[in-house]
Design a protein around this ligand. Sequence first.
Ligand code: TXA
Ligand code: MG
Length: 335
Amino acid sequence: MLSMNRPEILNIDKAIVDNAVSLWQAGQLVAFPTETVYGLGADAANGEAVARVFSIKDRSKFNPLIVHVAEVAIAQRYVQWNKLADKLVEAFWPGPLTLVMKRRVFCPISELASAGSDTLAIRIPSNPVALQLLKAFGGGIAAPSANRSGRVSPTTAQHVTEEFGDAIKLVIDGGPCSLGLESTVIDISTDTPALLRPGSVTRKALEELIYPKDDKQKVVAAAAKRELRVPEPNEGDPKSPGMMASHYKPSIPVRLYADTVAADEALLAFGPEPLAGAANTLNLSPKGDVIEAASNLFAFLRALDKPEYKAIAVMPIPAEGVGEAIADRLRRASA
Ligand code: TXA
Ligand code: MG
């Protein structure tokens, strides 16, 4: 049953934390901020609550969810831990890195969160509001980005209410997300780690940590390329369905690598010299900084996604560092 009231948008205090925890314990959904994007959270151990997430998002049941926890010790109860996980966690948790690992035999997390596979995706977010909520809850919260399937991820509480109206009871407002781009997803469930989704923790940072360039490794390096495997989007059955080409789609066309712009187009600009002549221009980063651009990407795509424009023209953005993740999301937006 949908309530007739608008969802509340609240700033965090003890009463709100208690409210969120009670809703989670009752199998309800609560949207909350993370440093990446807003998540639509459910008790990950409650199959019905997890099913509610899929249904409200109109999401294919075969797309697994990320489980959010407050502490490494909790993650270790869910998945088969390994040395590489220790290394990655020491460097990047809490933060925008999701680890895909094998589920433990007696993993209490709903199989639906794994979409039936024997792996589970986990992360500890660094956003203080998210951590406060997760600590109070104690267990794992399964949370996809709080948008309807195939739409741009929300980076403010306002975006979440635009997506779902009154269909969720509580949206916790932690202000705009500091990073604005979903977490990097790395699969370390096999001997050859694969980058399933680029993000703010860059491929370079991961490769340097996983394949350190010390002398001993030079011999090995001759045989192995010391690079993360990147699964092709259309390579058989994609391991991470989030890799599918048609995600992150505004409702009007997105035109990449624009070097001119038409009067009936909106312009997503980058750098100190935005193209002239667009119906509306938003500049991801006037100073040409890819991190600033990442934090603005989804909010600006949303703002320019208006039927009065024929398309969103996007200026070229360097695909290095976080730029790889921006290029990835823009490619999907234009697919
Ligand atoms: O930054 C984020 O990761 C945000 C915030 C809320 O934490 N969450 C998010 O969730 O982006 P979602 O559901 O929109 O994307 C999760 C990604 C998808 O690409 C999904 O396919 C992949 O993680 N994934 C989840 N579990 C997986 C698993 N067991 N194996 C492989 N990929 C998995
Ligand atoms: Mg998503």
